[in-house]
Design a protein around this ligand. Sequence first.
Ligand SMILES: C[S@@+](CC[C@H](N)C(=O)[O-])C[C@H]1O[C@@H](n2cnc3c(N)ncnc32)[C@H](O)[C@@H]1O
Length: 306
Amino acid sequence: MDQIVSDFFLWKIDQNKMKDFIKNNNSASHQLKLIHKTISCKVNTENPVDPEFCLKFIKALLRILETNGAEVEETLYDVLHEVQLKAVQPQLEHSDKSLVDKYFKSYFIEDQVVSLAETKQIISDGTTGLTSWPAGIHLSHYISQNNQHFKQKKILELGSGTGITGIFCLKSKIPSKYILTDCHPKVLSNLEINLEHNLASDTSSYSLATLDWEAETPQTDNFADIDVVLGADIVFDSRIIPDLVKTIKSLINRKLDSLAFIASTIRNEKTYAHFLKELSDQGLSCVDCDYETSDPIKIIKIQLNG
Ligand SMILES: C[S@@+](CC[C@H](N)C(=O)[O-])C[C@H]1O[C@@H](n2cnc3c(N)ncnc32)[C@H](O)[C@@H]1O
């Protein structure tokens, strides 16, 4: 059931897992348990998943129960009715249409729940920063498991997107200060929502800033004393790699022993090789952090040569 539950909070349904779940046990109490862990769970009431997805989920569950000849627990039809109402209601509660709809994906990372307002589309408003990317989740695990590099450090993150890594670090009380940065106005507005939503009472430990790697006038001068620079899924476009590397170098150049950790999903070997070459060309050395996962993720540690 755990996988069905974590998929639910990421707006995903695996029909086969749901079928197995029902085949193993289709009792009324088992059906109710799934509803209590998903649709009726506190995480969903406080951080609602997209209502259209919720409707798909309950419909899929009912269809599988019915086609398997199971006796459907009556409460499930009440839940269907409630969810149907929410899904057809225009989103009147969310009056500010300039922001993404405030529906959340919830990520269970180590011992934290990080709930983030995200769009359904991977690219929306010309940016990839309104959904969370796998490298951001992996980087969070890495940080948690290798605490010594990050504990009580002043951290700056490049291309923070929805804020997944930063919010995880802040909820886990790892850094002394965390600066989340991005270049896209809508991403920055959404980041602000996500920070407030997850860290309402703890505003002193983080700040939010515009930092565009490609800006004509370098913006890194605004940031001093950074111990650690982070980035997740920011190596994706060969054209901007020289500017990205220049930004990393400029940030770690300002303090002795300052480091950068960059997590990347290797989608295109050539683009990643270009990134590594550019690091070397600009006088930076890097080592593989040997982060182990079945996903094509690499995390490297970068420092100044010499
Ligand atoms: C693929 S997303 C990754 C977001 C987040 N780090 C994650 O792991 O979910 C790439 C991010 O880089 C940001 N970005 C792209 N080009 C940028 C630039 N020139 N300067 C600063 N940020 C940029 C995007 O706005 C987006 O938030």
